[in-house]
Write a protein that binds this ligand. Structure first.
Ligand SMILES: Nc1ncnc2c1ncn2[C@@H]1O[C@H](COP(=O)(O)OP(=O)(O)OP(=O)(O)O)[C@@H](O)[C@H]1O
Ligand SMILES: [Mg+2]
Length: 239
């Protein structure tokens, strides 16, 4: 079986500084794959490199059997990769409804009303806040909106960069439960970047550890949770 997403030997630079030093990662259809790593390890850089900005200077990235290494970002998005970036980046002056409309419009989604109902089932809070401006939502609500907006594009692959960042444990649980439900009920494929290692590894079918721009460990989420090196570095007092 070929992977849905395959990252091979990817090196990414910011000027002369190398942020990714030859990264190999695979995500199969229907999987939740988690990437954990400390601040500055290169997690967000990998997510962004998959989306074509910054671009990989070496190595290759393929999606659904197609080499996307050199494609412009908007063409990569058209292949149904959706990203919920770190820091959320919703449209602050638009309402929740308009934000969701934007997500759907980008993808030419013709199932808007049905998908809207699905998002309300997933995140009932968004229904209550439908006409509130995005910028005035709480942090957790903004995160829900960012994920819902990405889902409105009906992605084949959902990229999530630290969805738990700055959120209370209960909200983190809601968001992770929502991801698990979508994966189970619809087979949604997810590549998740997290510092919240305990929950992310429990959610993941497989996981990778990124240290200083290099993958140092991989295995099932359960395997990594039990590795002493992971416990010491990422789970210390963690949960
Ligand atoms: N635009 C940029 N210009 C220069 N250096 C950058 C830029 N963006 C990131 N870096 C550097 O690249 C390295 C990897 O950063 P990255 O944001 O990918 O880390 P991260 O694993 O996502 O960290 P965090 O957990 O803090 O979000 C860091 O050393 C960072 O300072
Ligand atoms: Mg980051």
């Amino acid at each position: 079986m070929t992977a849905l997403l395959s990252v091979k030997g990817v090196k990414t630079y910011y000027g002369n500084i190398v942020a990714l030093k030859g990264v190999d990662v695979e995500v199969n259809e229907g999987e939740i794959v988690t990437l954990i790593g400390a601040n500055g390890a290169g997690k967000s850089t990998l997510m962004m490199t998959i989306c074509g900005a910054p671009r990989a200077r070496e190595g290759s990235i393929s999606f659904a059997g197609r080499d996307i290494t050199g494609l412009p970002t908007h063409e990569i998005m058209r292949l149904k990769i959706a990203q919920s970036p770190e820091g959320r980046r919703i449209f602050g002056r638009m309402s929740v409804y308009e934000n969701l409309q934007m997500g759907a419009a980008v993808a030419g989604n013709t199932h808007f009303q049905d998908d809207l109902e699905r998002m309300f089932d997933l995140f009932p809070r968004l229904k209550e806040r439908l006409h509130q401006r995005g910028g005035t939502l709480s942090g957790g609500e903004q995160q829900m909106l960012a994920i819902a907006r990405a889902l409105m594009t009906r992605p084949r692959l959902l990229l999530l960069d630290e969805p738990s960042l700055g959120l209370a444990p209960l909200v983190v649980k809601q968001i992770f439960d929502a991801i698990r439900d979508l994966n189970r009920s619809e087979g949604l494929t997810v590549f998740l970047v997290e510092q919240n290692a305990y929950h992310a590894l429990r959610l993941a079918h497989r996981a990778y550890v990124l240290v200083n721009g290099l993958v140092t460990m991989s295995g099932t989420g359960k395997e990594l949770l039990e590795r002493p090196e992971v416990k010491a570095a990422y789970l210390e007092g963690g949960h």
